[in-house]
Design a protein around this ligand. Structure first.
Ligand code: MSP
Length: 496
């Protein structure tokens, strides 16, 4: 902090994570949805000049991967190498700006997981016992009878297997009360509210100690204190959020970005993230993440999209048809962030044509064409001379936009931008700037200013498109005056 100043110059830190995805399957729209959302928030915070770390990656151990490798006649490591590459490629195609891509087969991760397990064992928070119960391979999660519908896991439509084994257990139950308090007080925030209620309801049944090792699964990290066992894949996976920041398992030296400001995921993995994950941190005396935000499922015909159900849409199919930015837009605007949404090709095409081709694309073309046609090739607008009505509309939109991004209501932030787009369309119809009148230039200036603001708001969502619009606008802010060097370019979103 500067001497005598109350305003800190220290940059705010923003650490955001996605789940690490299983490499038994290839990336699909569900994975893309979470990752694009995280990318938008990371880009938004970077634009706010925050110091951002955005982590994603792949979850590479466990029974599910072992089985998939066997089926594909590959070694598990081969399968992991191949499929984690596909995730990296998908994120490159979708213009995902992650800061690190963690793989749980990386050697620093493995070493750190073993260190952590040894610490927990030394603290007597891990003990030997016998596990008997149900296990769904699809979820890689323990199940009780009440979790099943007609004896099957509702997400994967498969019967869980019955497991009976001598295992090591983690004393999860010991942390139930403390965790409940932290969730209730929002010190460990779970959003949306209905998801917090769901977690508290789940806590009402009581948290039981969980088995954290397996003897029959060979593809996993061996326990440091008993090599006959491998580590339960979730314990291994959770620690990625620390090792992804290059943490080496030293409790006295936590990474500077710790703890996560926001962890995005869907409801399938909420319970484990609201119980086992924070309990491990409490056990290690490491600060908890600040917020989990749980978004809904994309369904096709009302069913979760998943490899086991065979109804997967690949992100590259969408990128091929619509382009990168349109894919980002179509996914994030498909449903309210936090609620389930059903998608279909028909709806996607319709939205593309309405919102992007006729909406944004058409507006940009109209404004630039009008601005180019004026003799005044380089419009200049002093901020102090700006039309007050327009200024108010823009300010109001920015306020809402920022509020929505702060509360992860991404679809609403987009709607705010599209509200400005329709405002411009109405303004054009009302003012008819193509007719020769003395106000013509000022109307075009108003439109250029609004379009500049629309483009700024679009930046985190549609990074390439906003760059293209900025080029067409040639907008510069020179000491309290906007200057434009407009030039026409290709249509942004051709109708399909
Ligand atoms: N590997 C675990 C996560 C470990 S994190 C420490 C896992 N992997 S997963 O590949 O199954 O990914 C689950 C996540 O992918 C969901 O929580 C969600 O973020 C995303 N989605 C997968 N399918 C989805 C839909 N159909 N709809 C929306 N998002 C979904 O669980």
């Amino acid at each position: 902090m500067k001497k005598g100043s109350l305003i800190s110059n220290k940059k705010k830190r923003f650490y955001i994570t996605t789940p690490i995805y299983y490499v038994n399957s290839q990336p699909h729209l569900g994975h893309s949805y979470t990752t694009i959302a995280a990318d938008v928030l990371a880009r938004y915070h970077r634009l706010q000049k925050d110091e951002v770390f955005f982590l994603t990656g792949t979850d590479e151990h466990g029974a599910k991967i072992e089985k998939a490798a066997q089926k594909a006649n590959k070694t598990p490591q081969q399968l992991c190498n191949e499929n984690s590459k596909l995730f990296k490629k998908a994120w490159q195609n979708l213009n995902i700006s992650y800061d690190n891509f963690i793989r749980t087969t990386n050697s620093n991760h493995i070493k750190s997981v073993r260190k952590v397990l040894q610490i927990l064992y030394n603290k007597k928070l891990i003990y030997k016992g016998t596990y008997k119960g149900l296990y769904c391979l699809g979820c890689e999660q323990y199940k009780t009878k009440s979790d099943l519908i007609n004896g099957k896991c509702p997400d994967h439509q498969i019967k869980p297997e019955i497991i009976k084994e001598e295992n090591y257990f983690f004393k999860l139950s010991q942390f139930e009360n403390l965790l409940r308090k932290k969730i209730m007080s929002n010190e460990f925030e779970i959003k949306p509210e209905e998801r917090k209620r769901e977690v508290l309801g789940f806590f009402k049944k009581g948290l039981k100690d969980i088995s954290i090792s397996r003897q029959k699964i060979k593809w996993g990290i061996p326990l440091p204190f008993d090599k006959k066992h491998t580590t339960f894949v979730w314990v291994d996976a959770f620690l990625n959020y620390l090792t992804g920041l290059e943490w080496n398992g030293n409790l006295k030296n936590l990474p500077k970005f710790w703890s996560p400001d926001l962890q995005l995921m869907s409801k399938d993995i909420l319970r484990v993230h609201a119980s086992i994950w924070p309990a491990l941190l409490l056990a290690l005396e490491i600060p908890l993440p600040k917020k989990l935000f749980i978004h809904g499922y994309f369904t096709i015909d009302g069913q979760k999209m998943s490899k086991s159900l065979g109804n997967v849409i690949r992100p590259e199919e969408l990128v091929e048809k619509f382009g990168v930015d349109a894919t980002r837009y179509l996914l994030l605007s498909a449903c309210s962030f936090g609620k389930d949404g059903d998608i279909s090709w028909e709806k996607l095409f319709e939205k593309y044509n309405t919102d992007l081709a006729s909406g944004l694309g058409n507006l940009v073309a109209r404004i630039i064409t009008m601005a180019v046609k004026t003799k005044n090739q380089e419009p200049r607008i002093k901020i102090k001379d700006q039309n007050l009505e327009i200024k108010k509309v823009i300010q109001n939109s920015w306020q809402n936009y920022k509020k929505f991004l702060a509360s992860c209501e991404l679809d609403k932030a987009l709607r705010e931008i599209w509200g400005l787009i329709s405002f411009c369309d109405r303004y054009i119809e009302k003012k008819r700037p193509w007719e020769k009148s003395k106000n013509r230039l000022s109307v075009i200036n108003d439109l250029l200013i609004i379009l500049t603001n629309i483009t700024q708001m679009l930046q985190p969502f549609l990074p390439e498109t906003s760059e293209k619009i900025f080029k067409q606008l040639g907008a510069r802010l020179n000491s309290q005056e906007w200057c434009f060097k407009v030039r026409k370019d290709k249509i942004l979103f051709p109708r399909i």
